[in-house]
Structures are given as structure tokens and as C-alpha cells.
Design a protein around this ligand. Structure first.
Ligand SMILES: C[S@@+](CC[C@H](N)C(=O)[O-])C[C@H]1O[C@@H](n2cnc3c(N)ncnc32)[C@H](O)[C@@H]1O
Length: 292
């Protein structure tokens, strides 16, 4: 059976019968709950009993969001499938539900969200569902809007099933371009069944918060549904990626600027290239007073 992403667009694939089948499968319910618990753990919210406002992106029928409610948080669920959301309403989930396409951006005010999870959904953005769907533009809109709506220092944990390395890299590239720091945590990397990849992203400059936790099962620890012992080629459990936007900030942080010699050298280089450059004087690179 081909992957769902190759069969039809999500709003068509998750039709009424598929939405019900998905939500009544005890195996799926159990797996999604377990992944959501782990995503919440990786969000690393303060353990102070204060309810947070979280997002569940691609919330479906609410299986993942339920974990957020059970842990005392408020949540907003986004999904593109009306049928999945209908089932969520029937099940009386506690989150606020939005029928929306994450590929068009989340449309929220800046800095208002304390954290976000997405379970088994973001890989859908890598597939062009119509001729007007360009995966790169959709990933850009999604990650840009996610970055903006999160409070500084907040995390987004996205569990996803990329089809190949190209997709993983494309997703990671657009996350980094949006400004996120972080990387991938892989649990049970040696198990074809239990292996799960989580993109753990932090909003804001790199800090202690951005240090990635270890994946589970790295030391041969087994998972309960780890019946298949055929190890993957993949040995690495945690990939660390740098943010893609540190350059601008580096310039600003260097105390006292780059010095007169550096400015003179640059001016000389510009002259050699034929540019018109002001003459070197005693004022060159002189610091201005804070007030005139
Ligand atoms: C495998 S289900 C997971 C649902 C839920 N997170 C869970 O854990 O049970 C994937 C969900 O992603 C949603 N989805 C896929 N592409 C989407 C998009 N572009 N915008 C919003 N939701 C999307 C689908 O409609 C589907 O409900």
C-alpha cells in the first residue's frame, strides 16, 4: 500500500470513513497517544502547574490534543480535513478547532503561543497536491508563521514521517531559515517499527534551552512494540543543526566595532575596485558621541 501522502490530498484522503477508521483503531489511538506524550516531554514546559496555550498542528480527530488536555493545557488544533474535525467535535475534545491549511501560514498574532506540537502531519507539506502547491513556498509560510506566533524561548516539537533524506533536509532547511534553532531527536533508531523522529525547534537565539535531549533507545534500550529487531543503517540518534541566521547578530555583538585598520583596508580595497571612497582623515572610524 503506498503512503497516504501519495494517494490523495489530506482533505480527500481523510474523508468520513477514513477519519472514523483512524480514530476507532485501538492500535493507532495507543501509538498516537504515546508519540504525543513524548512530544510534550520534549517541549520541556516549566513544571509549575500553570496551564499553557499550545498548538496542535494537523490535530486530526483530536488524539494528540487529548494528551495536551490530560496534562492540563489549553490548545488550538489546526486541520485541513473537515471529516477529521467532525470526529473531533463528536468526541468533544477540549481544544479550539480550526479548519485551516498549515501550508498557508497559521495567521496568529506574534508571540502569543507557549509551545506547539505536530504529530504525523508536517510531511504532507512536501507533496504538491495541486499544480499551484509548491512545497518550498508552503514550508516557508508554515515555519515563518510558526516562528512568529511562538513566545521567545518557546519550543515546537514536530513528529513526522519524512519519505527520504531530501524531505528531511528540506523541512529542516525551512525551519532554520525561519529562525529556529534545534535539530532532530530520534527515538529507537535501530528499530524499523518503533523508530520515531522529532524535530525539536526553539524560537529565539541559541541558549541552554536549544540543547537537544538524547533520543530514547540509544543504549540498546528496547521499546514495547520493538518486535522487529532488524536495525536501520541509521546510527545517529541526534542531529544538531545550527541556525541559519546568526551572521547579522555577530556583527552587532562585536564590542567597539572592527577597528580603524580594518576600515582603512576595506576603503583601499574599494578604491582598487574603482569605487568612489571618501578620503582617509583623522575622523575615519572615529566613534560618534552618544549625544550631539
Ligand atoms: C496522521 S493524521 C494525525 C492526526 C493527529 N495529529 C493524531 O495524532 O492523531 C495527519 C493529519 O494531518 C492533517 N494535515 C495534513 N496536511 C495538512 C495541512 N496542510 N494543514 C492542516 N492539516 C493537515 C490531516 O488532515 C490529518 O488529520
Amino acid at each position: 500500500m503506498p503512503r497516504p501522502e501519495l494517494q490523495a490530498p489530506p482533505e480527500i484522503f481523510y474523508n468520513e470513513s477514513e477519519a472514523r477508521k483512524y480514530t476507532t483503531s485501538s492500535r493507532i489511538v495507543e501509538i498516537q497517544a504515546r508519540i504525543s506524550e513524548r512530544a510534550l516531554e520534549l517541549l520541556n514546559l516549566p513544571n509549575d502547574g500553570v496551564p499553557r496555550l499550545l498548538l496542535d498542528i494537523g490535530c486530526g480527530s483530536g488524539l494528540s490534543g487529548e494528551t495536551l488536555s490530560e496534562n492540563g493545557h489549553h490548545w488550538i488544533g489546526y486541520d485541513i480535513s473537515q471529516s477529521m474535525l467532525n470526529v473531533a467535535v463528536e468526541r468533544e475534545v477540549e481544544g479550539d478547532l480550526l479548519l485551516a491549511d498549515m501550508g498557508q501560514g497559521l495567521g496568529l498574532r506574534p508571540g502569543v503561543i507557549d509551545g506547539a506540537i505536530s504529530i504525523s502531519a508536517v510531511q504532507w507539506l512536501c507533496y504538491a497536491q495541486t499544480s499551484s502547491h509548491e512545497p518550498r513556498l508552503r514550508l516557508k509560510a508554515f515555519f515563518g508563521s510558526l516562528y512568529r506566533c511562538l513566545a521567545r524561548g518557546a519550543r515546537a516539537v514536530l513528529q513526522l514521517y519524512a519519505e527520504n533524506m531530501d524531505q528531511s533536509e528540506m523541512i529542516m532547511t525551512y525551519a532554520m531559515r525561519a529562525g529556529f534553532a534545534g535539530g532532530v531527536v530520534v527515538d529507537y533508531p535501530h528499530s524499523t517499527r518503533a523508530r520515531k523522529a522529532y524535530l525539536v525547534l526553539t524560537c529565539g537565539p541559541p541558549s541552554k534551552q536549544t540543547t537537544l535531549p538524547k533520543g530514547k533507545g540509544e543504549d540498546g534500550e528496547m521499546c514495547s512494540d520493538d518486535s522487529d529487531e532488524s536495525a536501520d543503517d541509521e546510527n545517529q540518534t541526534v542531529g544538531i543543526y545550527e541556525r541559519n541566521r546568526p551572521k547579522k547578530r555577530l556583527k552587532v555583538t562585536k564590542k567597539g566595532g572592527r577597528g580603524k585598520q580594518w576600515v582603512l583596508k576595506k576603503k583601499e580595497q574599494m578604491r582598487k575596485k574603482g569605487h568612489t571612497v571618501p578620503p582617509d582623515t583623522k575622523y575615519t572610524n572615529r566613534k560618534r558621541k552618544a549625544r550631539f
